[in-house]
Design a protein around this ligand. Structure first.
Ligand SMILES: [Cu+2]
Length: 302
C-alpha cells in the first residue's frame, strides 16, 4: 500500500519536473501556457509588485495556514480517536480558544491587507511626472516609481469587442477577435480566442496613461492584461484610469474580466509593445490613412 503510494507520488513528482521546460517557455509568452505554474511573467513595475506581494507574503501565509490545519487534523486523529480517548470531554465552550480563533484570523487579514493597499494604490495613482515612491508601506511591497505619462490611450468596451482611441492624436479603431479560419489564415502562431485583427500598439519603455470606459448604451466590462498587472472596470458613463510601462516588446494578451453578456468570452485584449521607432512610424501611417496600412509597417508576427 505504502509502496504503491510512494511510486505514484514519485511518478507525479517526475512529471511535474518534466513540466519545468514548459514553464521556462511560459516566461517568454504573454498568455497562459500548458503546465504553467504561478502568475504570468511580469513586464511592468506594477506586475513586479503584484509578483512580490504574491510570492513574498500571500503564498507563505496560505502555506502556513494549510500546514497548521494539517497538523491540527493529525493531532485530532491521533489523540482524540475513539480508541485513544474512549471518554470524550463534554465541554461546549472555551472562551480562550474562541478568542484566539477569532483574533488570529483578523491579525492575518490585517498583515495581508496593509501591503496590499499600497500595491492597489500604485495601480490607481496617476503618474504626475514627479519621480517618487508611492504608498505608505510597512513592508516593501508596492513601492513603484511612476514617471510622467507620454501617451494616453482610451479603451472602450463595446458589445462585444474593444475600441481603442489615441486621445492626443484623435485616432481610433476597433479590435475584434479573429474567428478560427481567419486566425489560421492570417496569424497561425497566435493563440486561439486571444488573437485579434488589430492590436493596441504602444511603445516600449513608455508610461502609458490608460483610460477605460464602456459605451454609454452598453454594459460593464473590465480591461485586464495579466503581464501588465492591469485589471480595471469599464463602466458606461465613467472614465477609469490606470497606467502601465512595459519594458519588453511582444504581444501581451488579456480578456474582458467582467461577465458582460453572450460574447463575454470572445472580446480578448491584445497589446502589442513595439520599439519607439516602430511606434512613431505606425502612428504616423495610421494618421495618414488606415489602421491596416499602419499595421503593415510593423514586423510580421504570425
Ligand atoms: Cu465584456
Amino acid at each position: 500500500m505504502t509502496g504503491q503510494f510512494l511510486r505514484s507520488f514519485g511518478a507525479a513528482l517526475a512529471s511535474a519536473l518534466a513540466m519545468a521546460p514548459a514553464y521556462a517557455l511560459a516566461q517568454e509568452q504573454g498568455y497562459p501556457q500548458p503546465g504553467q505554474i504561478g502568475l504570468q511573467p511580469s513586464v511592468t513595475p506594477i506586475m513586479d509588485s503584484v509578483h512580490s506581494f504574491h510570492d513574498g507574503i500571500l503564498l507563505w501565509t496560505a502555506s502556513l495556514i494549510t500546514l497548521l490545519v494539517l497538523v491540527l487534523l493529525v493531532v485530532v486523529m491521533v489523540r482524540f480517536n475513539a480508541r485513544a480517548n474512549p471518554n470524550p470531554s463534554t465541554n461546549t465552550h472555551n472562551t480562550l480558544i474562541e478568542i484566539v480563533w477569532t483574533v488570529l484570523p483578523i491579525l492575518v487579514l490585517v498583515v495581508i491587507a496593509i501591503p496590499s493597499f499600497s500595491v492597489l494604490t500604485d495601480q490607481l495613482t496617476m503618474p504626475d511626472g514627479e519621480r517618487k515612491y508611492l504608498g505608505s508601506n510597512i513592508f516593501s511591497f508596492g513601492e513603484v516609481e511612476v514617471p510622467a505619462p507620454e501617451l494616453t490611450v482610451k479603451a472602450t468596451g463595446e458589445q462585444w469587442y474593444w475600441n481603442y482611441e489615441y486621445v492626443d492624436q484623435g485616432l481610433a479603431f476597433d479590435s475584434n477577435m479573429l474567428k478560427e479560419p481567419e486566425r489560421e489564415a492570417t496569424k497561425p502562431g497566435q493563440p486561439r480566442l486571444l488573437a485579434v485583427n488589430n492590436e493596441l500598439v504602444v511603445p516600449v519603455d513608455t508610461t502609458v496613461r490608460l483610460q477605460v470606459a464602456a459605451s454609454p448604451q452598453g454594459v460593464i466590462h473590465a480591461f485586464a492584461v495579466p503581464s501588465f498587472g492591469v485589471k480595471i472596470d469599464a463602466v458606461p458613463g465613467k472614465l477609469n484610469e490606470t497606467w502601465f510601462n512595459a519594458r519588453k516588446t511582444g504581444i501581451y494578451y488579456g480578456q474582458c474580466s467582467e461577465l458582460c453578456g453572450q460574447d463575454h468570452a470572445f472580446m480578448p485584449i491584445a497589446v502589442r509593445v513595439v520599439t519607439k521607432e516602430e511606434y512613431a512610424f505606425w502612428i504616423k501611417t495610421f494618421g495618414e490613412g488606415f489602421i491596416e496600412d499602419a499595421n503593415d509597417t510593423l514586423p510580421k508576427v504570425e
